[in-house]
Ligand binder design. Sequence first.
Ligand code: B12
Length: 211
Amino acid sequence: MNAGEIAQRVAALDDAAAAEVSAALEAGHDPVELLRAGVIRGLEWIGEKFEAGEYYLPELMMGGELAEKCIALIDPHLPAETGASAGVVVIGAVQGDIHDIGYGLVAKQLQLAGFAVHKIGVNVPAMTFIEKAQEVNADIIGLSAFLTTTIPNCAEVVEYVRDMGLKDTFNVIIGGAETSQEKADQMGAAGWAPNAVEAVALCRRLMGRND
Ligand code: B12
């Protein structure tokens, strides 16, 4: 079973996806490919089906759980993290927001790109982001927000960082369904990215790398 077929099983909410992931790993398939072109692609399709009115909340939740099961199987096979060489990132979902699949994928891609990533969960108060960033000497604070009602909580983190005189210490970036470059600019965030691949490119740029 290849990554494309796994994507289809995930999108179809077929529990067999997890067993297929295990079999594909045993057969020597590339774990990064299985993650990106398999599980992540399947999740994207689930999002599209939801948007199209084909799936409802229960399907979304089942899809999220199935994807998490598959990702847990792939995780131990991913290339070893290279430590903090590329930079240190603290990332989580802002207060009021419990969408964790999107930022989980950003965290995963950043790890694969050599960043040291500290995931701090969902529904995270503004000060908790800053305290964690100080604790781990972060370069970047990543805020995930999926709801119109939670985006203002990103602005709160940006404001606190500025008011505490930490603007040159931490680059605050944002992402998630209802965010945009325009909203990032309005609140004075250091950057925005539409997906995990672009998020890696953004973080590299912020760390002064242009590759
Ligand atoms: C799955 C899902 C859920 C799941 C979340 C499961 C989980 N564990 O995360 C559940 C069922 C729990 C859920 C709940 C709700 N949801 Co919801 N959900 C979605 C859905 C369909 C997909 C989100 C997702 O995970 N996509 C898959 C990921 C892989 O793709 P992605 O989102 O594009 O992620 C990429 C980028 O966003 C980016 N990114 C993400 N985070 C970050 C962070 C940084 C720093 C950067 C740089 C980039 C970045 O990189 C990611 C990877 O490529 C979206 C629809 C949509 N268009 O997004 C609605 C959506 C976000 N939900 C919505 C709503 C309304 C809700 C609920 C209020 C529903 C309800 N009535 O209860 C609740 C709110 C819960 C809360 N308090 O947070 C609305 C928000 C509308 C709005 N304008 O506010 C949306 C847009 C659906 C819609 N069209 O109406 N939801």
